[in-house]
Design a binder for this molecule. Structure first.
Ligand code: 3HC
Ligand code: NAI
Length: 699
């Protein structure tokens, strides 16, 4: 049982004990009900306290149970709350640290609530594509008012207990104690003080009204609609809270339950739940146990103060870790520092950063032209030009000066991390840290594990990633690692679509309608089309058989590199990011098509999206099979956090699972018959073919 029962004097204490966050799984729910029965049957017990062991009161329903029989099995959370409400003896929730989702709902079902300061209180279900399903939408408005409750339910954001306690007329907390340490004793004393109070108060009996209900809910609906494209849950939260104000409590609860169950089965909720678990699973490496010792990272060095070096440095400064930057020339250092200042100053101007915080961060930054000054750093990240000779020179110098045990990292996006590691006498200390541009903004970090990278180096950089608020995913060494290796196939396919009859705008529109932040051509313009051009030139030497559309080369030959040159697949007006279709580019594509003797055909949005997304999926299957990625969910995390893949689709492999791998393979077979397409391109990767044949999913 994952709830403990103890009696202190005449108070029974039920302690949820289901680490890490006292999720309300079946055995915990059963434990609460058993504890209530025991307390009610014991003549010596006068009142009951429910609290949580460890670092949470409760993080809510057990997310890992969702989709399994256990989630619905009795006692479900509503039944547990009914048992509390029907208890003959008063039940007091002693709330601390985290009271979220079902955890808060459990507390709202208790007769009284005593809280510690500093507790994060939330109904975050909307972030999982559902709404509170155990009375949260009905009870929270009754204790803090309709508008504050709806704000909390629609946003899912946590509010500190001491802030909630200040809401005028709030009935959420009967008492806010002075400190978390005082909670246990004060909750016991409170339980004793209310032992004989009858009738016992119930939140469900409180009134729930809004003076201008119709107008307010209409306004709320309009607001939510604008903010929650692609997600059904937020609008449903409004419906449920409105029901609380217009229906009897029991009917409102039934409305909430019905909406909850319907949302639970939506693809959007499945995707969000998948991503919640996928993001946390990404930090776990199969052969690197969680108790692997970690090295201390107290000081960081960054080599190269260019586009990436500056952004990388900012991550550490933001986390309060000192950074020393090295360049070849003082002017380059000055430029780099000026860019960092400009970025921070923009945040200060937008009131996102306080002036004193900005100054504190800058005070942690120092510069040097000499490698000797770096020797004491615990971690050094190289972000110099992408040329193997330059990397060799840098790593040889680092090997000569850095203290033993320092971690030597490269931000290379295409070069062989094993080769770089072997420039040193300590390949076990070398790792790839592939940040994404802009490095101070993008959440994704690909951690590239070399053949010799030590386990404690991996454990250290994964922990460090958390500290600098990155979502880290481990990739093995290969050309492009996980993300860029897949995007190359996607870009190739986008080129074939142009050859066959599409315009860049048509492709981008279809992909953006599917939910991508940006279609492939707008993305090319943002990243710089010259980057892909350089890769294709290299491929022409290394893999001469690889087929590409020539259109992107023709574009680059015109100097249309993208936003940085004011022109790419689209035109750009200085200072603006709007992509304006260009007739000459369309003509260039048409001329090229004609030169190949191709008669253009009309391609549907559905075909465009499938060809692009399934290009990603097929390459991902190779990546999984080769062990470059540890698990399918890691690939989804890479695409959601690094490439703007639509969140409501849960990542390319979650999407493929939703479509059904059989259907994915069938579509690929259809595409392979297209005379203009490269049949080899559409050959399903062996893993994909096998899973589809066995009726299985990517795991
Ligand atoms: N159920 C099961 N496991 C949970 C959980 C939950 N509700 N919430 C967190 N966990 C697990 C995580 O998976 C992770 O497990 P791991 O160590 O094996 O990877 C561990 O707890 C720690 O989580 P975090 O890494 O997120 O730790 P933090 O300290 O950063 O955050 C937290 C803790 C604030 C509780 C955060 O995990 C969180 O926001 N959790 C989600 C809470 C939530 O959405 N609750 C609603 C659930 S739905 C519900 O209650 C339905 C009801 O209305 C009927
Ligand atoms: P950049 O050209 O903006 O900056 C490179 C900086 O390194 C320059 O300031 C240069 O003066 C300095 N430098 C060159 N040789 C040096 C040396 N021997 N010692 C010290 N400093 C030296 O390049 P950018 O874009 O910052 O790229 C850096 C690295 O990051 C490359 O490996 C690149 O592949 C990788 N990368 C780039 C991304 C991007 O979007 N720009 C994304 C992810 C990785």
């Amino acid at each position: 049982m994952t709830a403990e029962y103890k009696v202190h004097g005449n108070v029974a204490v039920i302690t949820l004990a289901n680490p890490p966050v006292n999720g309300l799984g079946l055995s915990t729910r059963q434990g609460i009900v058993d504890g209530l029965e025991q307390a009610n049957a014991d003549g010596a017990v006068k009142s009951i306290v429910i609290t949580g062991a460890g670092g949470a009161f409760s993080g809510g329903a057990d997310i890992k149970e969702f989709g399994t029989d256990k989630a619905m099995q009795e006692p479900n959370l509503n039944s547990v709350i009914a048992a509390i409400e029907n208890s003959d003896k008063p039940v007091v929730a002693a709330i601390h640290s985290v009271a979220m989702g079902g955890g808060l709902e459990l507390a709202l079902g208790c007769h009284y609530r005593v809280a510690a300061p500093g507790c994060s209180v939330a109904l975050p279900e909307v972030k999982l594509g559902i709404l509170p399903g155990a009375g949260g939408t009905q009870r929270l408005p009754r204790v803090i008012g309709v508008e504050p409750a709806l704000n909390m339910i629609v946003s899912g954001e946590a509010i500190k207990s001491e802030m909630l306690a200040m809401l005028p007329g709030q009935k959420l907390f009967d008492k806010l104690v002075d400190s978390p340490e005082a909670l246990a004793a004060e909750a016991l004393a409170f339980a004793q003080s209310v032992a004989d109070v009858r009738p016992m108060p119930l939140v469900r009996n409180l009134p729930c009204k809004h003076p201008e209900g119709d107008a307010y809910f209409q306004f709320a609906r309009n607001m939510v609609k604008g903010m929650s494209k692609n997600f059904p849950a937020p609008a449903k939260c409004v419906d449920a809270v409105e029901a609380a104000t217009k229906k009897k409590f029991a009917d409102g609860l039934a409305t909430e339950r019905e909406i909850f169950i319907n949302l639970m089965w939506t693809a959007e909720s499945r995707s969000l739940r998948h991503l919640f678990l996928a993001e946390r699973a990404a930090s776990k490496i199969p052969d690197v146990p969680s108790d692997t010792p970690k090295r201390d990272i107290k000081a960081v060095a960054v080599i190269g103060a260019g586009t990436m070096g500056g952004g990388i440095a900012m991550n550490f400064l933001n986390a309060g870790i000192p950074v020393k930057m090295l360049e070849m020339k003082q002017e380059a250092l000055d430029r780099g520092i000026a860019t960092i200042r400009k970025n921070y100053e923009a945040q200060v101007a937008k009131k996102k950063l306080k002036q004193d915080k900005y100054e504190q961060r800058m005070a942690l930054l120092s510069t040097t032209l000499s490698y000797d000054d770096l020797k004491d750093a615990d971690l050094v990240i190289e972000a110099v030009f992408e040329e193997i000779g330059v990397k060799e020179a840098v790593f040889k110098q680092l090997d000569a000066v850095m203290k033993p045990g320092a971690i030597l990292a490269s931000n290379t996006s295409t070069l062989d991390v094993n080769k770089i590691a072997n420039f040193t006498q300590r390949p076990q200390d070398v790792v790839g840290l592939h940040f994404f541009s802009p490095a101070n903004v993008m959440k994704l970090l690909e951690v590239v594990r070399g053949a010799a990278t030590a386990k404690d180096v991996l454990a250290t950089v994964m922990a460090m990633a958390k500290k600098i608020k990155k979502t880290a995913v481990v990739s093995g060494v290969c050309d492009g690692f996980i993300g860029n290796r897949m995007i190359e196939q996607y870009s190739r396919q986008a080129g074939f679509l142009l050859d066959e009859g599409c315009t860049p705008a048509q492709v981008d529109k279809a992909v953006e309608k599917f939910g991508f932040a940006m279609g492939p051509f707008r993305m090319g313009d943002l990243a710089g089309n010259d980057i892909g051009w350089a890769i294709r030139k290299r491929r022409a030497i290394e893999q001469p058989g690889m087929k590409y559309s020539k259109t992107a080369d023709l574009l680059c030959e015109k100097g249309r590199y993208g936003q940085k040159t004011g022109a790419g697949w689209y035109d750009y007006v200085p200072g603006k990011r709007d992509a304006i279709p260009n007739a000459e580019v369309v003509k260039m594509i048409e001329d090229h098509r004609a030169s190949l003797g191709i008669t253009p055909r009309k391609i549907s949005d559905e075909e465009i999206v499938q060809r692009l997304v399934f290009s990603l999926v097929n390459e991902a299957a190779y990546i999984l099979e080769e062990g470059i990625a540890n698990k399918a969910s890691d690939i989804d995390v890479v695409y959601i956090f690094g490439y703007g893949f639509p969140v409501h689709r849960g990542g390319p492999l979650n999407y493929a699972n939703e479509v059904g791998l059989f259907n994915v393979v069938q579509a690929m077979k259809r595409f392979a018959k297209n005379p203009l397409d490269d049949a080899a391109f559409w050959k399903p990767a062996p893993l994909l073919a096998k899973l589809a044949a066995e009726g299985k999913n990517f795991q």
